[in-house]
Design a protein around this ligand. Structure first.
Ligand SMILES: Cc1cc2nc3c(=O)[nH]c(=O)nc-3n(C[C@H](O)[C@H](O)[C@H](O)COP(=O)(O)OP(=O)(O)OC[C@H]3O[C@@H](n4cnc5c(N)ncnc54)[C@H](O)[C@@H]3O)c2cc1C
Length: 302
């Protein structure tokens, strides 16, 4: 049964930085490179005589949806706060560190004072608590939470999706980018007609050394096919049917395919589907407490 849930956003602390005082630079554009998660992160910083005017990030291979969050946001923060002491992006700490290291190298080249610019004075700005209403509030924008949000809104429900990280995707944003499609139309269309929930169960039990949770496994093997059909039609997820099945030792039948563009493609398509669903997504918002009334969960504090 779906109940109307309330989501309360608690006091949010914003950090405000005051500008570094009396910064001086030799005006111009300087470049530096630092190692990120996917390789080199090239940075170009433009200075006026007393300000960091522009921070630009060049071609890089940081993970879309994770490292890219730092690439999109950190340069703006550095310029807005005129500081090297800005907080990195949670979950994208390696990319954040690369950007800050390369910008610091540019500051040095421009004759600026890295130590001074790294001092950030933080003030706490209190945003008053607000109450938001929805039919369903979902905690966690991983694959499960995003799927639940898309499905709930398909059923006409108003949904709020809370995610503690500054990006959605959870493990699915960085995983192997494959999915089991046993029982789906795509598996049958690809000519595999002799697979079944029973065969898949045997494979999993064997691979799991008989330690599997049978109830959960049964739920999985009996629903994954229709789930994949729904995801690839209604939810706009795209399987790489051209590449065909992947070969994985634990599966006795061809039943695993890659998403188009792997985990990155799946993350992009999930994001688009969640946006299209009209779900209100609140990133960087950890759920802290369930609000229980008369033994029923009626809300979440976050
Ligand atoms: C390295 C790796 C490779 C994998 N490869 C594959 C593969 O190729 N194919 C496959 O099918 N599966 C693969 N898996 C498994 C698959 O990725 C996971 O089973 C699936 O992504 C789990 O999704 P989830 O939504 O259940 O959990 P999660 O991805 O863990 O999502 C939970 C989300 O909740 C958020 N959260 C937690 N607490 C709070 C809170 N208090 N408030 C707000 N948000 C919160 C988290 O930040 C996270 O985003 C792989 C897993 C890993 C780790």
């Amino acid at each position: 049964m779906i109940r109307r849930l309330t989501f309360i956003s608690a006091l949010t602390a914003l950090s405000l930085a005051s500008s570094a005082q009396a910064a001086t630079f030799n005006p111009g554009t300087y470049t530096a490179v630092a190692k990120g998660n996917g390789g080199d992160v090239p940075v170009a910083v433009t200075f006026t005589a007393n300000a960091i005017q522009k921070v630009e990030i060049g071609q890089n291979k940081e993970t879309p949806g994770i490292g890219s969050v730092a690439i999109d946001n950190l340069p703006k923060s550095i310029v807005a706060k005129q500081s090297l002491g800005v907080e990195g992006v949670a979950g994208a700490s390696i990319t954040s560190k690369a950007i800050l290291t390369a910008v610091a190298a540019c500051v040095k080249q421009a004759g600026g004072n890295v130590d001074e610019l790294s001092k950030v004075q933080q003030k706490q700005a209190i945003v008053p608590a607000q109450t938001l209403n929805a039919d369903i509030a979902i905690v966690g924008a991983g694959a499960a939470g995003q799927t639940a949000a898309i499905r709930a809104s398909e059923l006409g429900k108003k949904v709020i999706l809370l995610e503690k990280m500054p990006f959605a995707g959870g493990a699915a944003a960085v995983n192997g980018g494959t999915v089991v499609i046993q029982g789906s139309k795509i598996q049958k269309d690809a000519g595999i007609k002799d697979d079944s929930p029973a065969i898949m169960t045997d494979d999993y039990i064997k691979n799991g050394h008989n330690l599997n949770d049978r109830k959960m496994l049964s739920l999985y093997v009996n629903n994954v096919g229709s789930m994949v059909d729904w995801a690839t039609t209604y939810a706009g997820m795209k399987l790489n049917t051209k590449a065909g099945f992947t070969n994985e030792a634990e599966h006795s039948k061809p039943r695993v395919m890659r998403w188009v563009d792997g985990a990155q493609g799946a993350t992009r398509n999930f994001k688009a589907a969640v946006e299209k669903s009209g779900t209100k997504v609140l990133l960087g918002t950890p759920a802290k407490e369930l609000i229980v009334k008369d033994g029923k969960v009626v809300g979440i504090k976050a």
